[in-house]
Structures are given as structure tokens and as C-alpha cells.
Write a protein that binds this ligand. Sequence first.
Ligand SMILES: NC(=O)c1ccc[n+]([C@@H]2O[C@H](COP(=O)([O-])OP(=O)(O)OC[C@H]3O[C@@H](n4cnc5c(N)ncnc54)[C@H](O)[C@@H]3O)[C@@H](O)[C@H]2O)c1
Length: 305
Amino acid sequence: MGRYLVTGVAGFIGSALAKRLISNGDEVVTIDNLSTGYQSNIPDGVTFINGDCGDLNVYDKIANLSFDAIFHIAGQSSGEISFDDPIYDIKTNAESTLLLLKYSMKIGCKRLIFASTMSVYGVKPDCPINEDENCKPESFYGVAKLASENYLRIYQQYGVHSTSLRLFNVYGPGQNMKNLKQGMVSIFLAQMLKNKHIHVKGSPDRYRDFIHVDDVVEAFIRCLNIEKSKGLAINIATGKKTLVSEIVETMVSTQKENITVNYEGGTPGDIHGIYADISLMNDVLGEWKKVDLHDGIKSMVNSYL
Ligand SMILES: NC(=O)c1ccc[n+]([C@@H]2O[C@H](COP(=O)([O-])OP(=O)(O)OC[C@H]3O[C@@H](n4cnc5c(N)ncnc54)[C@H](O)[C@@H]3O)[C@@H](O)[C@H]2O)c1
């Protein structure tokens, strides 16, 4: 049993991780500003500090606690929003990491696991992308996450051992269906259920690497006990290239009614396609059976019906 600070537990990934820790008998404290999360998502048993990870004063409220590790999950995760307000994005996605690192040092917490993103890579050729690739993000969001990865790298020398998990496209139950600027699968699903129509911003032949939230949680938990994950940035993905049209078709196939689809426009900073080389993930975290994409999408649709 341990005690963990998990930021962002009112959100999609943070709440899933907190549920798993609580069910293991661990103690969880969270900081969340409820900007995109909901208090109702916070599992019973979690100590909730309503505040912003980018606000120095929030750390006074937990100054006397000690933690076995910090999972830094809070942040805004929309490339589109990062173009609307790059200053907000860097505050929430980079400044908050610096403050958490300072806090870790102050309380003597030596382990921090960070929710980074595949958006750090930018435009890449049509082949599996590994962690040695040059990072040239195309969105402000990717820039801020890459800055955080670098802050973590620098703090290694002060004894805070970190791991950056570069999450690819995460989907699954609990994804925010009201935020239509964040999360490809949830955006399509929300439109389908509400309007019987899916408007995809961008072409059907774009491709991504979709990973179920349960597998993402598994990766976070495994990091805790794997010494060789310290100091690394690791892709968290399935290694499978999936077309956007395949996601849409799988979703539509779950419905008896006629669903219309159109592909039009685009989103700033959106890249045509990326999927992961997961050799490092397999080597460091070990292999496990991942949720099948079609099964995962179907059960996600059912969970919302
Ligand atoms: N969902 C994905 O596909 C994906 C992919 C790559 C990386 N990520 C990263 O994973 C993390 C979690 O993503 P998610 O999909 O669960 O998003 P989410 O919006 O559902 O959850 C984020 C949570 O963090 C909180 N939050 C945001 N900024 C905060 C701040 N400054 N201080 C305190 N709380 C704050 C929000 O209120 C929310 O509860 C994010 O950092 C995101 O960038 C997500």
C-alpha cells in the first residue's frame, strides 16, 4: 500500500488511474481545478484539493504530506485549444510541471510519472515512430508538453526520477463527451449519439494509434515498480496504424439507425498521421494483452447508451 498524489483525477485518465489505485488499497490525493473534469468523476476515498497545479499556493495545502510517487495527469489536452490560447496552454501544461517538481523536491518525493503525448513528435513519415525521433511539435500543446519532458529531465540531476509516458490517442468509457475540442473517439461518439450525424474535421485517410484507457492505466501502474523506466520517455500505444475512417465505420456499425458522416475542414496543428513503435514500451514495461480496438469502441458506445 502506498500514498500517491495524482493530479487531474476529475478527468478521464486521472479518474481511471485513481480507481485502480484505490482498488489496490492505496491512498490517493488529487489536485484538480475542474476546468474540464467533474467532481462526480472523483472516486470515493480520494482526498480532493480543489485548485490549480499552476498556482504556488495550492502546494501549501499539502505541504505536510509525503508521497511514494506523483502522477502528473492534469493538463489541457486539446491541440485546438492550445491555438486559441497558447499562454493558458503553457501555464497548465508546463508551468504546473515545474511547480510540481519543486514541490517533489521540497517534500522529498523521488518519483514522478508524467502524462506526455505523441504530439511532441510533429510531422513524421508513414512508419512506426520511436522515442529517438527528433521532436518538432506542430501545436502549442506539443511544445508545452515537450518543455515539461525537458524540465523532468533536468530535475533528474536533483534526484527526482521521472518517466514521461507519451500517450497516443486514448479512448474508453469516462471520456468527456461534452468537450467537442478534445478526444477524437469521444467527439465522434458524442455527435453520433446526439445528432445521428458525424462531422469529421479532416480527411478519412488520416491515421492514428488508439489505445484503451485500461491499458494506459496499466502502463502508469507498471512504471511504479520498474526501475529501468526511470529517466525515460516511452510511447504508450498499440503499435497499430488505424485510419480515422475505420474508427467512424466501427462506431456507425453499432447503430441500427442511419448515421450520416461528412469529412470537411480541419483543425490547426493537426498532423496527417502517426503511429508508434512500441519496442521500448514492451521491453521496459513488459507485454500484456491489450484491449482490441473494435471491442473497445463497441463497449464504449454501449456504456453511453
Ligand atoms: N486523452 C488522450 O487521448 C491523451 C493523449 C495524450 C496525452 N493526454 C494527457 O493526459 C492527461 C489527461 O487527459 P484526459 O484525457 O484525462 O483529459 P481530461 O480533460 O479528461 O482531464 C484532465 C483533468 O485535469 C484537470 N486540470 C486541467 N488543468 C489543470 C490544472 N492546471 N490544475 C489542476 N487540474 C487541472 C481537469 O479539470 C481535468 O479533471 C492530460 O495531461 C493530457 O494532455 C491525453
